[in-house]
Design a protein around this ligand. Structure first.
Ligand code: HEM
Ligand code: HEM
Length: 140
């Protein structure tokens, strides 16, 4: 194992931060528009880069069995996280491109808290996994 194992956590950590930012920019007293789109699009793009990298890095480093147990939960939650950001991002970008349809707006608004919670959970499980592999990254 080596430093390349830190690439996914760095990019995916950025994605989690951008989801939190996008959420806060629309749920505080002052509402932001273009900054929300920027944070949301970044959250979507970073997620799309991060998850294949995570899969690849686990694959070339001996598979799930050579990683800490927390990775299993991180992998299960990844399906929820990627599914939600694809739908949330799709609805958001759809509204920008084709106008704010009522249904899209309501679904996007209702889904936001689930996207936030699932990403925070994914980040926490990611940190646990990262903590478990640090000796391999910096050790031998
Ligand atoms: C590609 C990414 C995204 C795009 C393009 C996008 C776009 C939009 C658009 C067009 C609106 C309608 C209001 C407006 O015109 O500003 C909106 C509202 C909202 N979005 Fe997003 N969004 C994205 C991602 C996200 C994410 C990741 C979250 C949170 C996890 C989120 C949470 C919200 C919330 C809470 C609202 C406010 C609804 C209200 O007015 O109460 N969005 N977004
Ligand atoms: C956007 C949120 C995230 C997604 C979608 C995601 C997805 C994934 C996937 C699919 C894997 C491969 C799992 C397998 O092959 O069984 C993985 C591995 C891993 N993830 Fe994440 N992850 C996210 C966030 C994070 C965060 C925030 C951290 C840590 C701060 C993290 C740390 C790790 C670690 C340490 C691995 C093992 C491989 C490596 O070190 O690159 N992940 N992740």
């Amino acid at each position: 194992m080596d430093l390349t194992l830190l690439i996914h956590p760095a990019i995916a950590g950025g994605a989690v931060l951008m989801v939190v930012t996008a959420y806060l920019l629309k749920t505080r007293k002052k509402l932001y528009f273009r900054l929300h789109y920027a944070a949301g699009i970044l959250a979507f793009s970073l997620s799309m880069v991060a998850f294949p990298l995570g899969l690849y890095l686990v694959f070339v480093n001996g598979g799930v069995s050579s990683f800490p147990g927390a990775l299993v939960f991180h992998t299960v939650d990844f399906f929820a996280a990627v599914g939600l950001i694809v739908v949330q991002g799709g609805l958001g970008m759809g509204m920008l491109l084709f106008g704010r349809k009522r249904e899209a707006y309501r679904t996007h608004k209702r889904m936001a808290k689930y996207v936030l919670v699932v990403f925070l959970l994914q980040g926490a499980l990611g940190l646990l996994t990262l903590y478990g592999i640090l000796p391999f990254v910096f050790g031998q």
